[in-house]
Write a protein that binds this ligand. Structure first.
Ligand code: MSP
Length: 498
């Protein structure tokens, strides 16, 4: 069983490369787990309520519902463009989701975990979050959002609070004990914050006169539910919480949330406490990654430095190039600056040369020298050993959520195959049977392992070699005792470096 989620995105604008970074990563995990035979459920979707969306619609002069309906199509199109194999696209305006939100907030209310009081503080509508002194940055004596670098708004209102403070001991115990957060450094970061500042109660509702675009609070119709409380519940509503508890229990036990580090606090302090209050187990894993930077800043709409997804899909002739590049640079703890040069380099040297060109050369040689037929022989010993050790390292890395290491191990195997072909020079031999079998077996193993990352290109290779996927855990040298090669595809056209 493997249930994996992305954050649900604010559809006030189309997704950019930063959102693609998270979504492709989750997709790779989902595809890998399907291949190893796990019953897999992969969910992404949109976070459609709240002030940010209300304002975005206002600015366009349309109803928020119309905006989020239009944006759903746009998001789905982008995910199709990138070969994202989600099983469900969740929207927080779905009825079944809103039922869960109402149920959850009522349950907390009935348990005495919600109370009314007034609140005054500095708010960032882009984050949908209050910032306290010490958290915001000051520019010319005025408070600014540390993430968006925009002035904060001062808000003062009567609101409902969730007694987060009651969960302080629970959170400290949870974060210091169980290995939920990956990498662990993020758990320690949250732990230190809680130890330093304590867990403060959080406002969980908004007066309707200010934020009317949201789920109505069941026990007070003058309020809507705070968008973050609404949004986090998608992870349980999307797999049938309340409606189909059997299905919910089945998937929840294996839930893996993938998030960027910007929303770590919500996904630990708040989410784990809400789950506890609802008497639901904490997630199995919270997998956190760092940012893509552009011109020194986190890529984002407000910073004005986004790279559109379609620009890269076009440049690298489809989704595989973009997927490979982003997963190759994927980093859990370090922010990665993007650059054309870096992207072109990875694409040209690793995808086009190391992999694509090898596929082409092997295909052409088998067609020319062996009439397209390769049958089982003794495999070159060194390549055979490399296949075995790569498979082991690759699976270990994938199980540790370390996709970039998994890619690097496969790239290393491909480099060995390239060295081998240059060394044994099969084109100088009459019938290089053993050489070509050794090469095609190595390529078969590499192609299988790369499949979750570049599903399009690898599928073309399987088709050209008239063979099919296997469970990557079961790959071993000598997998197939016969290949019929019908084509030598050119997978990746090189790009001219700018
Ligand atoms: N709607 C909330 C999440 C609710 S989840 C219950 C939200 N949405 S968002 O549209 O702002 O998306 C945030 C996520 O997008 C980040 O956590 C991260 O996964 C991804 N990224 C957005 N910009 C990014 C970068 N520049 N770099 C890496 N990831 C980025 O927050």
């Amino acid at each position: 069983m493997f249930y994996v989620t992305t954050p649900i995105y604010y559809p006030n604008a189309p997704p950019h490369l930063g959102h693609a970074y998270t979504t492709i990563y989750a997709d790779v995990l989902a595809r890998y787990h399907r291949l190893i035979g796990d019953d897999t459920f992969f969910m992404t979707g949109n976070d459609e309520h709240g002030l940010k969306l209300q304002r975005a619609a206002e600015k366009k002069g349309i109803h928020p519902q119309q905006l989020v309906d239009e944006m759903e199509k746009i998001y789905r199109n982008y995910w199709r463009m990138l070969d994202i194999s989600y099983d469900h696209f969740i929207r927080t305006t779905h009825d079944y989701h809103m039922e869960v939100v109402k149920h959850a907030i009522s349950k907390l209310y009935d348990k005495g975990l919600i109370y009314k009081a007034s609140y005054a503080g500095w708010y960032c509508a882009d984050c949908e979050k209050y910032y306290s002194p010490g958290e915001y940055v000051e520019i010319d004596g005025k408070p600014y959002c540390p993430i968006h670098r925009k002035p904060l708004e001062f808000l003062e209102e009567e609101t409902y609070y969730f007694k987060l403070s009651e969960f302080e001991d629970y959170m400290i115990k949870l974060l210091s004990g169980k290995d939920i957060v990956y990498p662990r450094s993020y758990a320690l970061e949250v732990l230190n914050k809680i130890k330093a500042e304590g867990l403060r109660d959080v406002s969980i509702a908004r007066p309707k006169e200010r934020v009317w675009w949201g789920v109505e609070v069941p026990f007070d119709k003058n309020y809507t539910v705070y968008v973050w409380f609404d949004a986090l519940l998608n992870y349980i509503s999307g797999i049938g919480y309340l409606r189909d508890m059997e299905r919910f229990n089945k998937y929840w036990s294996s839930v893996h949330h993938v998030i960027g580090k910007d929303i770590l606090w919500f996904h630990t302090a708040i989410w784990f406490s809400v789950l506890k209050a609802l008497e639901i187990e904490p997630p199995r894993k919270l997998i956190v990654h760092a940012f893509l930077l552009n011109r020194g800043l986190k890529m984002g709409k407000s910073a004005g430095n986004v790279i559109p997804i379609e620009a890269l899909v076009e440049r690298y002739h489809g989704s595989d190039g973009v997927r490979y590049i982003l997963m190759r640079i994927f980093n859990h703890t370090k922010d990665v600056p993007v650059s054309n040069q870096l992207f072109d380099n990875i694409y040209n040297s690793e995808l086009a040369d190391n992999y694509g060109n090898l596929v082409r050369r092997i295909g052409v040689l088998v067609l020319k020298k062996l009439k397209g037929e390769v049958s089982g022989e003794d495999i070159d010993e060194e390549l055979s050993r490399s296949i075995t050790s790569t498979v082991e390292k690759y699976n270990k890395a994938m199980e540790n959520y370390d996709v970039s290491t998994a890619i690097n191990t496969v790239a290393e195997l491909l480099r060995k195959a390239n060295a081998y072909i240059n060394n044994v020079k099969p084109w100088e031999k009459q019938e290089p049977r053993r050489e070509m079998y050794s090469l095609i077996e190595t390529l078969y193993a590499a192609t299988t392992m790369l499949h979750p990352i570049i599903p399009g290109a690898t599928s073309r290779v399987f088709k050209a070699f008239n063979t099919d996927l296997v469970n990557p855990k079961e790959i071993q040298p000598g997998m197939n005792d016969y290949y019929h090669v019908s084509e030598a595809p050119i997978l990746f056209k090189k790009v001219k470096t700018r």
